[in-house]
Design a protein around this ligand. Structure first.
Ligand SMILES: [Zn+2]
Length: 77
């Protein structure tokens, strides 16, 4: 959770995860010349299983991972 506080237009604000946000994840194989990737998807368990399956089939074991959600700037009262 991001908890940055800053003064903007004489009000203190905080950046936080939007309550309606759903985290999506994606993974990309880091082996050169391999274009395999999965996501973005909200099903993190399936994406993880897909990575493990790709590693088992190819011996490619390193992945770049990204998780994304929605953040909102809100005033601190
Ligand atoms: Zn790969």
């Amino acid at each position: 959770m991001v908890s940055t506080r800053a003064v903007y237009r004489f009000e203190t604000h905080r950046l936080q995860r939007h309550p309606d946000s759903v985290t999506s994840v994606s993974f990309r194989c880091l082996r050169p010349a391999c274009a395999w990737s999965v996501g973005p998807t909200e099903d993190a368990d399936k994406a993880s299983d897909d990575c493990i399956r790709h590693a088992a089939e190819t011996k490619h074991r390193l992945f770049a991972s990204t998780a994304e959600d929605i953040a909102a700037v809100v005033p601190v009262k």
